[in-house]
Design a protein around this ligand. Structure first.
Ligand code: ADP
Ligand code: NI
Length: 220
């Protein structure tokens, strides 16, 4: 449970993030944060963990995406840190939230695990859940449309050996992204609750793909 003072800080952070991301692109807008925050609270329920850190990290995890800051991975942690310090949040909490933001991206998970904590695992699961299931499908086609990609081409098979930057910049059709990333996320979940939710969303994507191919082939 959060102390009243902590709840107030969460509330102020929510407003700050909502305003900062007012004009953000669809995949990382306020509603992405809102969903990840909700997922994080759901996973954290009943867990022995620092719920204040979890909620702050969920709210601030995409505050300054490196993609829009010349690839500088430190802008996010620095922005989050400055905000929390302005609210007199204690140094230990600030550092922990910054560590989570720094090490959380899918990209970072390809490398060595330099930092981990229960709180980080929960927020990372929460973010991954938003990339799969019905929302994940919507985000993938939205991203693909934004990049002007075909949604499917039977002559272009998925590339299962894409490296961290390649999967995002591939010009391959959006359906390939399911095999290159989305269907792999289920096996990367950190928590039991996250895994359960991921399994259900994973099955939903498989069902979607089956239906997609059936319709593509004029079967039903
Ligand atoms: P994250 O915030 O987890 O780092 P990304 O920035 O990699 O996520 O991607 C944002 C959204 O765009 C995700 O839902 C992801 O699945 C989707 N996306 C990323 N690359 C592609 C792609 N090549 N084709 C379709 N969707 C993509
Ligand atoms: Ni995110």
């Amino acid at each position: 449970m959060l102390a009243p003072q902590q709840a107030e800080i969460i509330n102020q952070t929510k407003t700050y993030v909502q305003q900062t991301l007012a004009h953000a692109e669809g995949g990382h807008d306020w509603w992405h944060i809102h969903r990840v925050w909700g997922n994080a609270k759901l996973i954290a329920k009943g867990e022995q963990a620092n719920h204040f850190v979890i909620e702050l990290a969920a709210l601030l995890h995409d505050i300054a995406d490196a993609k829009f800051h010349g690839g500088d991975e430190e802008v996010g942690p620095a922005t989050a840190g400055a905000w929390l310090q302005s609210l007199d949040v204690d140094a230990e909490t600030v550092t922990h939230v910054q560590q989570i933001i720094r090490h959380m991206s899918f990209k970072a998970s390809f490398g060595q695990v330099a930092f981990t904590s229960k709180e980080m695992q929960i927020v990372q699961d929460a973010d991954r859940l938003d990339a799969i299931g019905a929302i994940g499908i919507a985000r993938a086609f939205s991203y693909g449309g934004f990049k002007g990609r075909a949604f499917y081409d039977p002559a272009t098979p998925p590339n299962l050996n894409l490296t961290k930057d390649e999967y995002k910049n591939t010009t391959a059709p959006t359906i390939n992204h399911f095999y290159e990333k989305l269907l792999l996320l289920k096996d990367k979940m950190n928590t039991a609750t996250g895994e359960q939710i991921a399994q259900q969303r994973h099955d939903y994507m498989l069902q979607f793909l089956n239906q997609f191919y059936a319709e593509w082939n004029g079967e039903r």
